[in-house]
Design a protein around this ligand. Structure first.
Ligand code: S3P
Length: 440
């Protein structure tokens, strides 16, 4: 479990040099456990992310009777699938920790089971909105109890007869889409969603990999219940969301030249590359290839003079987890950067618009939050004392800001970095960031 008072201390300056490999993709790792458990046969996963979020998903399926070996040190996991109807009632609550992905996707999956489950989360997850999944799932016939505010804990009642619906999603959310598609595996007839903008499509890709038919026609995605999943091998690429910290770091730190290996390049995830390129970053994609149905490449990043931009709204869902560190890039750019259409950032592990604005202001940057985005004037980053609000991406973003700060950065409450990026401190230190830790 997370340590409570871990603090990062970042000495100012430095540059990022060499070759690194960041850990496996969080979204794909979660889905590998879920679909591998529900498949018929043995699914071998390599490159699994051993972050706390994905380990919560793994433990949940163990608690429902699935035999899972690993993860080994290199991220090998062997899942003995039980089939779509083979899960057993857990004799404990399912603890989803900090993980919105686990809670929301599992809400869909659990709706189709023959038993009740109670899903709990940490203090951050216990504040996050769940009506976005419980309302459409109820339309399918699911019975889910939440708090009056629609937050966890959730009790999902089993033995519900689910019926496919068509759902027009009010927000661009892969988690909502995935929850409905996963419930759709158990529903009578067709389940379909229309997304207001493309979101990550790992669920659709992986379902197809497991032999399930999923139709994508423009922004309309559908499947029909009653099929089966057949086990396969999954090679999880490195997480572009983790690579993003190093893309920004090497861009802003003069003299940097860094290669980030084996990064997932799924086109529903590459908004960070497009945005950084619009800002003038020097990113080169090397050795593009396909691994287990997902495109992968190595990324070479050399430092560049960045300029402020108006971020195209169409890129927002394609870079949704990368904005905290993109705000650091904007702080180091010449001129103004304007983000709009990103109100979803307010309901992540923290309110990422407010928390980043507060932290940047504490570091001497003119950062003004708006209802659905932020306006940042590039300037000179001083050091400062930052609270991450227990949000992993906030902690890592301000660590990277240290590369351009004029004095040390002290970042409090960094233990949640382990939810998505175990080994961040060692990897970043090895590449040239002056980072160390203290606290429990
Ligand atoms: C995720 C979807 C995104 C993202 C999260 C992972 C997923 O959330 O922020 O880190 O794996 O489906 P939303 O779908 O709520 O935007």
């Amino acid at each position: 479990m997370s340590q409570q008072n871990l603090r990062f201390i970042v000495q100012p300056g430095g540059k990022l040099i060499g070759r690194i490999r960041v850990p496996g993709d969080k979204s794909i790792s979660h889905r590998s456990i879920m679909l591998g458990s529900l498949a018929e046969g043995i699914t071998q996963v390599s490159g699994f992310l051993q972050g706390e979020d994905c380990l919560c998903t793994l433990q949940a399926f163990r608690n429902m009777g699935v035999q899972i070996e690993g993860p080994s040190e290199e991220g090998k996991v062997t899942i003995h699938g039980v089939g779509l109807h083979g899960l057993k009632a857990p004799n404990t609550d399912l603890d989803m920790g900090n993980s919105g992905t686990s809670m929301r996707l599992m809400s869909g999956l659990m709706s189709g089971q023959a038993f009740d489950v109670r899903m709990t989360g940490d203090s951050s997850l216990s504040k996050r909105p769940m009506k976005r999944v419980t309302v459409p799932l109820a339309q399918m016939g699911a019975r889910i109890d939440a708090t009056e505010q629609g937050t966890p804990p959730l009790v999902v009642h089993g033995s519900s007869q689910l019926t496919g619906i068509h759902y027009e999603m009010p927000m661009a959310s892969a988690q909502v889409k995935s929850a409905l598609l996963l419930a759709g595996l158990y529903a009578e007839g067709e389940t379909s969603v229309t997304e207001p903008a493309p979101t990550r499509d790992h669920t659709e890709r992986m379902l197809r990999g497991f032999g399930y038919t999923v139709k994508t026609e423009g922004n309309h995605i559908s499947l029909t219940g009653g099929g089966k999943l057949t086990a396969m091998a999954i090679d999880v690429p490195s997480d572009i969301s983790s690579a993003a910290f190093f893309m920004v770091g090497a861009s802003i730190a003069e003299g940097s030249d860094l290669i980030i290996e084996h990064v997932g390049m799924n086109p529903t995830r590459t908004g960070v590359i497009d945005i950084l390129r619009l800002m003038g970053a020097n990113l080169e994609l090397l050795n593009p290839r396909e691994v287990g149905g997902e495109p992968v490449a190595d990324i070479r990043v050399r430092s560049a003079k960045l300029k402020g931009i108006r971020i195209p709204e169409a890129l927002v869902p394609l870079a949704i987890d990368e904005f905290p560190v993109l705000f650091v890039a904007a702080s180091c750019a010449e001129g103004e950067t304007v983000l709009t259409g990103a109100e979803e950032l307010r309901v992540k592990e923290s309110d990422r618009i407010q928390v980043m604005a507060d932290g940047l202001v504490a570091c001497g940057i003119d950062a003004r939050p708006t209802a659905d985005g932020i306006i940042i004037q590039g300037g000179k980053l001083t050091g400062g004392t930052i609270t991450s609000h227990n949000d992993h991406r906030i902690a890592m973003s301000f660590s990277i800001a240290g590369l351009r700060a004029s004095s040390s950065m002290l970042i409090n409450d960094c233990a949640t970095v382990n939810t998505s990026f175990p080994g961040f401190v060692q990897l970043a230190y090895g590449a040239g960031l002056g980072i160390s830790t203290d606290g429990e």
